[in-house]
Write a protein that binds this ligand. Structure first.
Ligand code: ADP
Ligand code: NI
Length: 212
C-alpha cells in the first residue's frame, strides 16, 4: 500500500515536471497548440484511461503532456528530441521512454490519417487530442490557428468541414465517443448559427458586386 502511494507521488512529480517543461517550451505560442492545449489533452486522456483497464496510466499521462513537443509545425527536431530531452531527466527505464515516444508518434492527424495507433496508449492520447479539436475549445482553436496563419474566418470555417466534423467517427475508444457527442453537436449548432448570420452578408456582397 505504502509503495503504491509512493509510486503515485513519484508519478505526480514527473507530471508536474513535464508541465514545467512544456510551459517553458511553448511560451509565447498562440496558434492553439501549446501549454493549455497539452494540459487539456492530458486531462482528457486521464479520463479516457479510467475506462480502459489495460492501459499504462504513466505512459498515457506523459505521452499526452509531451504529444506536441516535437510537432513538425512548430519544431524541426528529429526522433522526438524535445520529448527525449525531458524524459532523460526523469530516471525512467529506456523501454518506457520508447513506449511514450511511440504513443506520441501515433497521435498526429495528418501523419496517421486512416491508421489506428497500434498501442492502446497511443489510441487514448490520439482520442484525447482529437477531443480538444472539437466543442467550444475546438472552435476557439480553429480561429486562433487560422488567424495565426493569415487565414480568413471563412477559411477557418472550411477547416470545420475538412477535418473537425469528421473527427467523431474516427475516435478509437468508447469513452471518447461519448464525450465527443456533446462537442460534435455544439460544432453543428455553431455552424448553423454561423450560416444564418453570414447568409445576409453574402446577399449584400452579391448586391454590391451587381452594382459595380
Ligand atoms: P494537433 O497537432 O493538436 O492534433 P493540429 O496541429 O492539426 O492539431 O491543429 C491544431 C489546431 O489548429 C486544431 O484545433 C485544428 O483544428 C486547428 N487547425 C489546423 N489546421 C487548421 C486550418 N487549416 N484552419 C483552421 N484551423 C486549423
Ligand atoms: Ni495536439
Amino acid at each position: 500500500m505504502n509503495d503504491t502511494i509512493h509510486q503515485e507521488d513519484r508519478d505526480s512529480e514527473k507530471y508536474h515536471a513535464a508541465m514545467d517543461f512544456i510551459r517553458a517550451l511553448f511560451q509565447g505560442n498562440s496558434d492553439g497548440h501549446g501549454f493549455d492545449h497539452s494540459v487539456r489533452v492530458y486531462r482528457n486522456a486521464m479520463k479516457i484511461a479510467e475506462t480502459e483497464a489495460e492501459c499504462d496510466h504513466r505512459i498515457v499521462a506523459l505521452a499526452a503532456l509531451l504529444h506536441d513537443t516535437d510537432d513538425d509545425k512548430l519544431f524541426s527536431t528529429e526522433n522526438n528530441a524535445n520529448a527525449r530531452s525531458f524524459l532523460e531527466t526523469q530516471d525512467l527505464p529506456a523501454e518506457m521512454t520508447e513506449r511514450i515516444c511511440e504513443a506520441i508518434n501515433a497521435v498526429s492527424f495528418h501523419k496517421n490519417r486512416g491508421k489506428k495507433p497500434e498501442t492502446l496508449e497511443g489510441r487514448i492520447v490520439q482520442d484525447a487530442d482529437r477531443l480538444d479539436a472539437i466543442g467550444a475549445v475546438g472552435i476557439g482553436r480553429a480561429f486562433a490557428y487560422g488567424g495565426a496563419h493569415g487565414r480568413s474566418l471563412a477559411e477557418s470555417i472550411d477547416h470545420f468541414h475538412e477535418k473537425l466534423l469528421l473527427l467523431k467517427d474516427e475516435l478509437n475508444t468508447e469513452s471518447a465517443r461519448c464525450i465527443a457527442e456533446t462537442r460534435h453537436a455544439f460544432l453543428e449548432s455553431f455552424l448553423e448559427e454561423w450560416k444564418k448570420e453570414t447568409e445576409n452578408l453574402g446577399e449584400r456582397e452579391s448586391e454590391q458586386n451587381a452594382d459595380r
